[in-house]
Every structure is written in structure tokens, then in C-alpha cells.
Design a protein around this ligand. Sequence first.
Ligand SMILES: *[C@@H]1O[C@H](CO)[C@@H](O)[C@H](O)[C@H]1NC(C)=O
Ligand SMILES: *[C@@H]1O[C@H](CO)[C@@H](O)[C@H](O)[C@H]1NC(C)=O
Ligand SMILES: *[C@@H]1O[C@H](CO)[C@@H](O)[C@H](O)[C@H]1NC(C)=O
Ligand SMILES: *[C@@H]1O[C@H](CO)[C@@H](O)[C@H](O)[C@H]1NC(C)=O
Ligand SMILES: *[C@@H]1O[C@H](CO)[C@@H](O)[C@H](O)[C@H]1NC(C)=O
Length: 372
Amino acid sequence: MELQEGLRSEDLELCFKKLMVFGASLAGGGDDRVRMDDEVTNKWKDIPMELLLRILSLVDDKTVIRASGVCTGWREAIGLGLTRLCLSWCKNNMNNLVLALAPKFARLHALILRQDKPQLEDNAVETIASFCHELQELDLSKSFKLTDRSLYALAHGCPNLTKLNISGCTAFSDTALAYLTSFCKNLKSLNLCGCVRAATDRALQAIGYNCCELERLNLGWCENVGDLGVTSLAHGCPELRALDLCGCVLITDESVIALANRCPHLRSLGLYYCQNITDRAMYSLAQGRVENKHGVWQSRKSRYEDDGLMNLNISQCIALTPPAVQALCDSFPALHTCPGRHSLIISGCLNLTSVHCACAVQGHRATSTAAH
Ligand SMILES: *[C@@H]1O[C@H](CO)[C@@H](O)[C@H](O)[C@H]1NC(C)=O
Ligand SMILES: *[C@@H]1O[C@H](CO)[C@@H](O)[C@H](O)[C@H]1NC(C)=O
Ligand SMILES: *[C@@H]1O[C@H](CO)[C@@H](O)[C@H](O)[C@H]1NC(C)=O
Ligand SMILES: *[C@@H]1O[C@H](CO)[C@@H](O)[C@H](O)[C@H]1NC(C)=O
Ligand SMILES: *[C@@H]1O[C@H](CO)[C@@H](O)[C@H](O)[C@H]1NC(C)=O
């Protein structure tokens, strides 16, 4: 069978042992547009998806590929029902496997590709983009063989992406990332950790302009990111809940002040090693809290969101002094340094040892931790 070209059978077996197939459903009906040609196909269609997935997990790996390749019933049943696929730790053949499978899983909503060592190449992502148009969640992390071709393909093929993980994909450029955001405007979660070339101020301006629903963004170790980028983001993405700026060494208080003023839902902020951050930034966060409490933001969803910042990593921010960090602790009851699970990370900040933010200190801190 042509699809197995390049796949050695023992590799295939090993890989498929790690093939995890998650539940999916035919719920909601809505599948009229797929024509079922004969009775056999209809029988496959009628098998409850749970059962089908169990059969899939029992049959020998090669059978699955062969069956999905030659038998319409299988293919359509699989293609109809399977919405989430996670391939992990394939030894050598993840690229071929994706080339073979993507055309059969046209209804995928989530595709998680976990790699030990980078295997994926642009042709695999291009195949995903030309068949899986409904994709909402895609994890391509640590694929440093991928080039801008992949991002251009995704921009055209997967307009409904909401979660994209390209952490460690070091070859992507900011031009291609900016281009992607102009097509994938529904992004809610974007992991760009280590994408040093892609995550520039220019790209962040595009994200701020295009992706106003963004909730989570990881910019860890993107050392080209500066205040211009972060302020654009803060202005364009008012829904931001989690932002990791660890190791973004260029940013200053301006970035944090913009976030404090513009992103009232911010719950998690990573400023590890941002050594140009000063007390001014801490006071603006604490103050933003007070203003948000009384301002327009409070009208919506306030019942669920009045905990404010819940995670803050200011480890290695050596310019900070105790009074400023204490002001933060006093503003945000959910911040604590309880043993085991700190939510205020100040390790390595010798100057901050006098800050009292521990859960034991105040009753309400303990309560909010327990409730979490
Ligand atoms: C994208 O999502 C919208 C709204 O849910 C839907 O109408 C549209 O068909 C989807 N597009 C694709 C290619 O799945
Ligand atoms: C993205 O990929 C990284 C590296 O593989 C992983 O640590 C992280 O959990 C992934 N998911 C999200 C949502 O960032
Ligand atoms: C603080 O952030 C740094 C950088 O992301 C990370 O390595 C460290 O583990 C974080 N600290 C904690 C306790 O989460
Ligand atoms: C950040 O701090 C370094 C060292 O203190 C300084 O040389 C640099 O000019 C600062 N950068 C900005 C943008 O303020
Ligand atoms: C932090 O403490 C060190 C000594 O532990 C001191 O040299 C430094 O000036 C302090 N920094 C601030 C901002 O207080």
C-alpha cells in the first residue's frame, strides 16, 4: 500500500502502541453531508463511537492503516467520529505517519504531536492544513525542522485554530507568524516559548491587532520582545489571562503598566529574570487592582474573577524591594507563598525575604487557597 512507503513495520508497531485515541462523538447529528453509500457503511456508521474506538485499540496496528485506507466504511466512520488525536514519542516515523493519517482524519479538532527529537517536516504540516480544516488545537512544539512554509499553510488551511503550540520552533520568522495571525483570528492560546525569531515586537503588534480573544500567551525566552510589543498586546488583547514573559530581558515597567491598565483578567504573570522591572511595575499592578475593582471592568463576570492575580513569578527580578511586593500581596488575596505550592515566586530574591504573603498569615489567604 502506497501509504506505508517509508514506514518500517516494527517502527509502525511501536509507534501505534503509543497512538492514543481519545473519545469523540457523533453527537449532534449534523453529519448529513457525508453520503453513506451502502449498507455496510451504514452499519459502521451506526456503531457507537466508543465501541468503534475500542475495536480500533484492539486490532493490530497495520490493520488500522490498511482498513482506513481501503474500506470506505472504516474511513468514513473514523473520519466522522475522531476529533482528537495524540501521537507521542514516535521513534522515527512521525512525519510519515502524519502524512498517512491526516487525509483520513478530516474532522480532527485537536492534533497533538509530541516529539522526543524533531521529526516533523513542512510536508506533514502542509498535509494537515490541506485536509484538517476544522482543526482547533495543534501542538507542534519542538519541531525545529519546520520553516515558514508550515505557518503559511496553516494560515490558509486552518482558520479556526484556537490553540497553537509552536514552542521551540526556532526557525519560524515574525513575518510568517504575523501572517498566520491575520487568518487565524480566533486564537485563544499561543505558546511561542523560545521562538526567538518569530516573537518580535512586530509579530506582537500583529497579534494585538488580529487576535483580540487571546487568553494565554507564552513568550518565555523570546529575548527580542520589548515594550512596544507587549504594550500593543496589552491594548489589543483585553481578555489576556496568562502571560509568560520570563527571560524577556528587554522589557521594562512600561510593559507591566500597560498590562495592569488594560488586562483586567490577568491571573498569571511570569516576569522571571526581567531584571529591568522595578517597584513602579509592582505598584501599577496593585493599583490596577484597585481601579478595576471600582471601574467598568467589574460589571462583567465579577463574581468569578475577583481574585485578581493568582500567580506571579518575579524570581531574579533583583531590583524589587519589599514594600512594593508587599503592596501586591495586600492587593491580591490569592497570592501566597504557602509551602509546596507557591503562587508568588520570589526565589532567589534575597531582598524580599521580609515580604509577608504566606497563606498562614491571614485567614482569607488560607481560605482562597483551599477553595482553589
Ligand atoms: C469555523 O468555525 C465556524 C464557526 O463555528 C464554522 O461555521 C465554520 O464552518 C468553521 N470552518 C471550518 C473550516 O471548519
Ligand atoms: C506546549 O509544548 C510544550 C513543550 O512541548 C509543553 O511543555 C506545553 O505543555 C505545551 N502546551 C501548552 C498549552 O503550552
Ligand atoms: C519561575 O519562572 C521560571 C522561568 O519560567 C521557571 O523556570 C521557574 O520554574 C518558575 N518558578 C516556579 C516556582 O514556578
Ligand atoms: C535594562 O537594564 C540594563 C542593565 O541594568 C541596562 O543597561 C539597560 O539599558 C536596561 N534596558 C532598558 C530598556 O531600560
Ligand atoms: C538587594 O540586596 C543586595 C544585597 O543583598 C544589595 O546589594 C542591593 O542593593 C539590594 N537591592 C535593592 C534594590 O535594594
